[in-house]
Design a protein around this ligand. Structure first.
Ligand SMILES: [Zn+2]
Length: 189
């Protein structure tokens, strides 16, 4: 059975949800940005991010820049290091030890009381734990999903249209590749 679970573990899911406030749905193929509306209406914001409030440091433009940079960083390119480091500086991240269930754990936190600070700290902790590498964006529609496959080889957001968030990106790519192969065969014969 295809795995339609795209949800990221723990707080990384908030990051995934944040990235996906921008989308490029397969049916409309139109860029859709839910962030301006969420920033305008606090009750809408609370529905999407029930545990993280917005502060005055979370201007819409800053949120949109962070979101665009995170989506790019999810593609796992070396050039994203610099971009992420800038956000880590901007949100004044620092390291702390915390006693959690009988052991000292290292936690990365932001000195900034803001949504941006929260998101950036979650990203940093996810890089440290290795989970960040499994948060990916679909090469076709840019939807962010968490790769639950054993070997971390998932590339497309959904292989079939099934499931609540089902999209057809992988299927479209497969059909295109199949047609290209068939066309090649036709050309040779
Ligand atoms: Zn996709």
């Amino acid at each position: 059975m295809p795995d339609h679970n795209q949800t990221a573990p723990g707080e990384l899911e908030v990051v995934r949800r944040f990235i996906n406030t921008w989308s490029f749905p397969n049916d409309t193929r139109e860029e859709t940005d839910a962030l301006p509306e969420l920033a305008r209406a606090p009750e809408g914001w609370r529905k999407v991010f029930p545990h993280q409030s917005r502060s005055r440091l979370d201007a819409l433009g800053r949120l949109q820049r962070l979101r665009a940079d995170l989506r790019t960083a999810c593609q796992g390119e070396a050039s994203s290091d610099e971009v992420l480091n800038e956000w880590f500086n901007s949100a004044a991240l620092h390291v702390k030890t915390r006693w959690i269930v009988g052991a000292t754990k290292l936690m990365i936190e932001s000195s900034e009381a803001s949504f941006v600070g929260y998101i950036v700290a979650v990203v940093a902790n996810a890089i440290a734990s290795g989970e960040w590498a499994r948060l990916k964006t679909c090469p076709d529609c840019r939807w962010a999903f968490y790769d639950h496959t054993r070997n971390g080889s998932k590339r497309w957001c959904g292989m079939t249209k099934g499931g609540p968030d089902g999209r057809a990106c992988g299927t479209i790519a497969k059909v295109t590749a199949y047609r290209a192969r068939e066309a090649m065969k036709g050309g040779v014969a």
